[in-house]
Write a protein that binds this ligand. Sequence first.
Ligand code: 4AD
Ligand code: MG
Length: 477
Amino acid sequence: MKHTKVKELLNSAQTMQEVYVKGWVRTFRNNQFIALNDGSTINNIQCVVDFENTPADTLKRITTGAAVALKGALTESKGAGQKYEIQVTSLEILGDSDPEKFPMQPKKHSLEFLRENAHLRVRTNAFGAIMRVRSVLSFAVHQYFQEKGFVYVNTPVITGADAEGAGEMFQVTSLPLDNLPKNEEGNIDYKKDFFGKHTNLTVSGQLEGEAFAMALGQIYTFGPTFRAENSNTSRHLAEFWMIEPEVAFNDLHDNMDLAEDFIQYVIKYTVEKCGDDLKFLEQRLLEEEKSKPQAERSELALLEKLNFVLENNFKRVSYTEAIDILKNSTPNKKKKFNYIIEEWGADLQSEHERYLVEKHFKSPVIVYDYPANIKSFYMRMNEDGKTVGAMDILFPGIGEIVGGSQREERLDVLLEKMKVIGIDEEELWWYLDTRRFGSAVHSGFGLGFERLVLFVTGMTNIRDVIPFPRTPGNAEF
Ligand code: 4AD
Ligand code: MG
C-alpha cells in the first residue's frame, strides 16, 4: 500500500475507511494524540492512538522527532482547528528519536541555536515554511521567464573573468599550496594550474549572459554565485543564488519595467500558492516583534506588506534627486547617519537606501543614473558624461534587492573605460567580440534570490532563508 501525503489527507473531500501515512512525530500528548508532520504542509495531522491496545514499549517510542508509519481511518475531528484526524489501527516505528538527545524540542528555540543545527532546523514549522516558500518562489521565477519566452542559460561556475571588477573572489586552483610553481619572474605560474590560467568562482553570470542575449534575444540565469567579501551582515552571504535576465534591444527604462513586473509576478504567485505558510510566518513575525519597541516594529503585517508591493508601482528617482532628498533629510542634518551625505558623487550606504524606502517614499524605490565612478565598467555612459544607465531596486527592510543597468554597447567607449579602470582587454576578448559583431542596445539586472526570500518570508537574517548558509568563518554542513 502506498502512503498518502498529509496535505492530501487534510484537503480530502470525504472521510476514508483506511489511509496510510508516514512522517515525523512533532508531539505526543496524553499517550494518545500524535501531531504528525511529513513536510508536505505546515499543518500536522492528528493521529489518535488506541493506547489501551498498543503495547507499552511502542507507546514509549512515540517521541518527538521519531519517524513513524501508521494506518487508520480518516474521520472528522472533534478537536478545534482541524477538519480530519486519523483513528490509528496499526503503527510502526520506522526510526527512533531519543527525546533526551533530539535537539528540536517542542518549544521555542533561538534562531542562533537553529542555525547551528541547520540539518535539523528544517523540521521546525518556521523553517519548513521558509523552505517551501523558497521552492515555490524559484518555480515562479522559471514560470515567469519561460512564459515570456526567455531562454534559461547555465553560465559557468568556474571562470577566468571578474564580472563585477570588485576583486572579491574565491580562487579555484589545483596547485599544491605548500609548493607553488614559479615562473621566471618569480611569480606563481598559473600556466601549470588545472585550467592553465588563474580562475575563480563566478561572482555573476552577466558577461556570459550578455553573449547569449546577443543571439537568443532574451535570456535568464538562475544559479549560485560567490563573493569573498568579508561582510558579516544580515544581508550578505558568501554563496548566494542570483537571477540575471539579459535582454537585447532593451534600454534602461525597459529594464526597470521588466524588473518591477517580474518581482510583482513572483510575489503574487507565491502569495497565491503559499497561504498557510505565509500566514504562519506572519504570525511568527508578530510574535517576534512583540518584544521590540513600537518604533522598531513593522508598520504592516507580512501579507499586507506583500500586497502593498503588488498593488503599488515602485517609485522611480534619479540618483541626483535621491542625493537631494538625503542631503535635506533630518538624519543627515542632525548627523544621525554614520556616513553624512555631503555632495553629489557619494555612494549610497544601506542606511541611506533604507531611509529613502522606509521613511521618505514608504514604498519600493528604483534609483537610476548613478555616478559612473561608483559603478561597474560595463554600464552605459549617459550623454552627461558623468552618470551611467544603472538602476538599483531598494526594498523596505532589505535595502538593495536588484542591481542592473543598460550595458555599454559602443566598442570604443567600452575600451576607453576599461583602459581608464585598468581592465585587461585580452582577458575579456570574447566579451568585446559581442561589441565587435552585431552590437546593439541591451540591458539586464541581477536579483539576489535570498534577499527576495527574506522579503517574502519576513525573516530578518539572510542566514535563515538558505538551507546551509556560507558566511565568513562558517561552512558547516
Ligand atoms: O549589484 P550586484 O553586484 O550586480 C551584479 O552582480 C550584476 N552583474 C547584475 C546584473 O546586472 N546582471 O548583485 C546583484 C544582486 C544585489 O542587488 C543583491 O540583491 C545580490 O545580488 N547580492 C547579494 N546577495 C547576498 N549576498 C551577497 N553577498 C550579495 N551580493 C549581491
Ligand atoms: Mg549592486
